[in-house]
Design a protein around this ligand. Structure first.
Ligand code: HEC
Ligand code: HEC
Ligand code: HEC
Length: 119
């Protein structure tokens, strides 16, 4: 009996975690859903943890990225020109932004990001 309760609790925990993020600390970037769909690429899964253990926070925050989910207006031209992810994914610090599917790899639901406040 105890075991059955434990197993079902475990299942609930796994399901609850799974519906939000693939892994703790990953961030889905999906502000540009419309253009990504047109280009036939999936939304972006940014492995925050993977990067956090390799770089100090201040490498990225806030010189490259505002420290708030959905707050950064990122596009591919900027990345190709060495901004945002392209600061490192430039073939020197990390691989070039030519391998679309390495970043555009998210298949789950995309969170509804609030529109940035009008300036
Ligand atoms: C390689 C770059 C990089 C590094 C290093 C990094 N972050 Fe981030 N961080 C990001 C990106 C990209 C986002 C997502 C921004 C977005 O959604 O527009 C983010 C988002 C965040 C958020 C917002 C999460 C939310 O749910 O709103 C927090 C808080 C944060 N980072 C804290 C940290 C801390 C603390 C460290 C150091 C331990 C760190 N970051 C290191 C790139 C980085
Ligand atoms: C401060 C430098 C830096 C920035 C900024 C950065 N990355 Fe990375 N990223 C790296 C390095 C270094 C690696 C490891 C490369 C390797 O293993 O050859 C990496 C690896 C990755 C990987 C592969 C992870 C794995 O499990 O192998 C993904 C996906 C990724 N980055 C996505 C992004 C995205 C999306 C952004 C922008 C939102 C971004 N990165 C911004 C440095 C950076
Ligand atoms: C290093 C990670 C990375 C790689 C590699 C990458 N992208 Fe992106 N891409 C992003 C991020 C981050 C965004 C912003 C997503 C958002 O905020 O919705 C983005 C946005 C986009 C968009 C929508 C915005 C715009 O510029 O129109 C398109 C289309 C796109 N990428 C296509 C591609 C294609 C095609 C490739 C391969 C040639 C590619 N991407 C490779 C990280 C990457």
């Amino acid at each position: 009996m105890k075991k059955a309760i434990f197993v079902s609790l475990l299942l609930i925990a796994v399901i609850a975690a799974g519906t939000v993020y693939a892994e703790y600390g990953d961030i889905v970037l999906g502000r540009k859903m419309e253009s990504m769909e047109k280009a036939g690429v999936k939304p972006v899964l940014f492995p925050h943890w993977f990067h956090r253990i390799r770089f100090k926070c201040k490498v990225c925050h806030e010189d490259i990225f505002i420290m708030q989910r959905g707050a950064n207006d990122i596009n591919m031209n900027a990345i190709m020109n060495g901004e945002f992810c392209g600061k490192c994914h430039n073939g020197q610090i990390a691989w070039e932004p030519l391998y679309c599917d390495r970043c555009h790899s998210w298949t789950g639901p995309v969170p509804p990001y609030a529109k940035p406040a009008a300036k």
